[in-house]
Design a protein around this ligand. Structure first.
Ligand SMILES: C[S@@+](CC[C@H](N)C(=O)[O-])C[C@H]1O[C@@H](n2cnc3c(N)ncnc32)[C@H](O)[C@@H]1O
Length: 387
């Protein structure tokens, strides 16, 4: 089983298109992301970029506008690559970039070339072995170059996974994808309408996050990503931008130059803020957040198993996981607590076969979803020999 690719090719889809009618808005968003993670568009002119999983190429038209000398795009979904090719043809006419579009599994991609920037967005979490794949793609970054990836943990993805559970309760496992969409678009469409700046269609979002099977696949949070690349790579930035390092730079030498340890510590004290994008609170004790994350992981695993098995044993496992999670959630924002309780009430109604449900505060509950993480590959300091 190949994550994403098997589902997309079986359905003949690439459900990752973004609304780019307002190109200025699209470019502003991407530039905001680059700013957060420390990419300076003007400095990429004449550089080399390798992108894994460009999807339908909507972000690629922003990348190409930075005038890299070379741009290699690797994806295994022929439908997505076709869209990417069309978009690049439309928008890269005046650019003198050497472009290669490669249809390949990421795992099989080999090249002797090393790149200034490697991009891999929306690809690694929910692979069967995300950290192994991360190790593979990181090899293509030149010393001193940067990698930009996305991470998802069970806290930032909790609200989406609760919708996966609701979807399993509201649809028949054997129903076709179109039949499932016919039930789920009206059910979750009003939820998606509450997201400001949403650039994807309801159908695509539901296909990608709720209907796509996740059995046997793993998430990858920031901590695991950093641990996988440490010490060869060092954290540069994140989006949302939550890293705070108040140290005086003159004290950052020797072992103190471990920016990865700082990033992991800040991540763990901020993790509760990833659960509900509507709320923001000051930092918590990392141990408290570890316990919250463990409960979210249990819920994630129980929900993914349930969406396959859909029997009473799997339902009981989800119920037990959600009870444990409720105890952890009790310490969070009252809006999150209310939303969770509203979800539990709707889940009980769906289980009883009712379809006319009132989602209450849950309707507008989404987490931070994926977090972007940029890291720089180590290179010698380049201290000159005195003459
Ligand atoms: C969710 S989409 C992300 C698209 C885009 N990067 C974005 O952020 O909107 C994942 C993309 O990665 C591709 N992909 C996922 N796993 C892959 C693999 N193992 N080999 C090649 N392509 C893969 C899929 O075909 C798809 O185009």
């Amino acid at each position: 089983m190949k994550a994403f690719v098997d589902f997309y090719t079986k359905e003949g889809i690439s459900p990752v298109a973004q609304d780019i009618e307002d190109l200025e808005r699209h470019f502003h968003r991407r530039h905001a992301l680059y700013r957060h993670v420390g990419i300076v568009p003007g400095l990429l002119s004449g550089r080399s970029i390798l992108e894994f999983g460009p999807g339908s190429g909507h972000n690629s038209i922003v990348t190409i506008a930075m005038h890299p000398a070379r741009y290699v795009l690797v994806d295994a979904n022929p439908v997505g690559l076709e869209h990417t090719r069309d978009l690049l043809l439309r928008f890269a006419g005046a650019v003198h970039t050497d472009i290669s579009i490669v249809q390949s599994y990421i795992e099989d991609f080999e090249a002797s070339e090393r790149f200034d920037l490697v991009l891999c967005e929306g690809v690694l979490p929910t692979q069967e072995a995300p950290t192994e794949l991360l190790g593979h793609i990181a090899r293509f970054v030149r010393p001193g170059g940067m990698i930009l990836i996305t991470c998802i943990d069970a806290a930032s993805y909790l609200a989406e996974q609760l919708r996966r559970f609701a979807a399993a309760l509201a649809t028949d496992k054997e129903a076709s994808t179109q039949e499932k969409l016919a039930v789920l678009v009206p059910l979750f469409g009003p939820h998606l309408d509450t997201i400001e700046g949403m650039g994807r269609s309801h159908e695509d979002w539901i296909l990608d996050n709720v209907i796509q099977p996740f059995q046997g696949r793993s998430l990858m949070g920031l901590e695991e990503a950093i641990d996988t690349l440490h010490p060869e790579f060092s954290v540069q930035g994140t989006s949302p931008s939550f890293l705070v390092d108040r140290r005086w730079y003159k004290r950052i030498t020797g072992p103190a130059s471990d920016f990865n340890a700082v990033a992991k510590q800040v991540y763990l004290s901020e993790l509760h803020n990833f659960i509900d994008a509507r709320t923001a609170h000051s930092v918590r004790e990392p141990e408290e957040n570890r316990s919250l994350l463990a409960a979210c992981n249990q819920a994630y695993e129980a929900i993914v198993s349930h969406s396959e098995a859909r029997d009473s044993k799997a339902t009981a496992r989800v119920t037990q996981a959600l009870e444990g999670l409720r105890r952890e959630i009790a310490g969070l924002d009252p809006l999150t607590v209310r939303s969770f309780d509203d979800f539990l009430a709707v889940a009980a109604q769906l289980r009883a076969g009712e379809t006319d449900v009132d989602w209450g505060d849950f309707a507008s509950w989404f987490g931070q979803g994926q977090q972007y993480l940029s890291l720089v590959r180590a290179q010698p300091l380049g201290i000159p020999e005195p003459t």
